[in-house]
Design a binder for this molecule. Structure first.
Ligand code: PMT
Length: 364
């Protein structure tokens, strides 16, 4: 089995006095992606995760299938090495989990790189908070004379045990979700990999992107995760739980390097890359999305405003005919949402079309 290409790591010597005091002198600086990977250690699970991902990519490359990496959910920034406190980023993982289902439906193989315990494709419809699955299960009186009739409990039940039946308020929906889930499982087109911290996210993203390079233009990246902008490098982190007896806590965090540039230029120069831009001020959405497209030179930025993200998004991209980036809004109304329509269906349909055109227009 091939080994994973993880760059050498140099760990700085921890500085106890800086770290344990929780007080910093103002010396925050911008570090490059190269410096980041040279100083922050890879997660211990990276090698094992990558072996499975390598196999998944190899299998779908052989089948000639397009593969999309979806990142989903928020990253955390631990404040201590033995972590008790951490900063978190807003995201339930709805955008990523919903999008995964539509990509699978469109025939893509999906690597679903998500924050541990955030929403996942298929099971999201029956999450513990919105649709607790146990509420769908009923205990029925036992049928003494016959053998167990339900495959659910055939192995363990005695004739005296009650049967378990499923009573969904919307059985047609449950059947359709279950059928799609079973189909994806039997085809093996969905692979899960998890992160929690921004460090785990950054190491995984680079390793997966480099691996997906072998897919050429059949590789797509859909970066919907909400990624921390600031982090505490290892040498600034307290070893143990920060003590509260010292009064207020002052933290100075370093900026997380902008990784879209090396991703586009070095890690995966042939892939089709979509980033997201989240703003709370809608006036900033288009200028910031345009700036990201110009700075990183990838294919599409999808802008979304926090409170309207389920109703409208804006695609900012370069069309072949025009040098200037163009904008295209996708919108659905509240009524459609109440009927069960999801804007991700339209987002993915648009991206699948754009990806196909981009492949057709590119070098053979
Ligand atoms: O999960 P939901 O609750 O449905 O919410 C979905 C969402 C609003 C989080 C999602 O639609 C969204 O907008 N995600 C991106 C939010 C964000 O963090 O944007 P950003 O400006 O920090 O980053 C820009 C892009 O670069 C993003 O695609 C991000 O995934 C990527 N990025 C950013 C920094 C970094 N170091 N690495 C990255 O990959």
């Amino acid at each position: 089995m091939a080994s994973c290409s993880i760059d050498a790591v140099r760990l700085p010597t921890p500085s106890r006095s800086r770290a344990d005091s929780g007080v910093e002198t103002p010396s925050a600086h911008h570090i490059s992606a190269g410096e980041y990977y040279a100083t922050q250690p890879p997660p211990s699970t990276l090698e094992a995760d990558m072996q499975k991902i390598r196999q998944f990519i190899g299998r779908h490359k052989e089948a000639g299938r397009k593969v999309v990496l979806i990142t989903s959910g928020g990253t955390t920034v631990p404040l201590e090495r033995n972590v008790v406190r951490f900063l978190d980023n807003f995201s339930a993982g709805t955008r990523g989990a919903t999008s995964a289902e539509y990509f699978l439906k469109a025939g893509y193989a999906v690597i679903f790189m998500h924050r541990q315990f955030s929403l996942q494709p298929f099971s999201r419809h029956y999450s513990h908070s919105t649709n607790p699955f146990l509420d769908f299960l009923e205990l029925e009186p036992a049928h003494h004379s016959s053998a167990p009739s339900s495959p659910l409990n055939a192995s363990e039940m005695t004739n005296a045990d009650p049967l378990i039946t499923v009573r969904s308020p919307d059985p047609a929906k449950l059947r359709s979700v279950l059928a799609a889930y079973k189909d994806v499982k039997s085809r093996g087109t969905l692979h899960f990999v998890t992160f929690v911290t921004v460090n785990e996210y950054l190491w995984l993203l680079r390793a997966v992107a480099k691996e997906m390079n072998i897919l050429g233009r059949n590789a797509m990246y859909y970066l919907a995760a909400a990624v921390s902008d600031f982090f505490l490098p290892l040498d600034k982190m307290s070893e143990h739980k920060i003590q509260s007896g010292k009064g207020s806590l002052v933290l100075e965090m370093d900026q997380v390097p902008k990784i879209l540039k090396p991703m586009v230029d070095e890690w995966t120069p042939h892939g089709f890359l979509i980033s997201f831009k989240l703003e709370t001020d809608s006036e900033l959405l288009i200028p910031k999305a345009r700036a990201a497209l110009d700075r990183y030179g990838h294919q599409v930025v999808i802008g979304n405003e926090l409170h309207r993200r389920k109703l409208e998004v804006v695609f900012v991209s370069h069309t072949k005919a025009s040098e200037k980036a163009t904008e295209k809004w996708l919108r659905i109304d509240e009524e459609a949402v109440n009927r069960g329509k999801e804007i991700e269906e339209d987002i993915i349909a648009e991206l699948v079309r754009e990806h196909a055109t981009w492949i057709a227009d590119g070098p053979s």
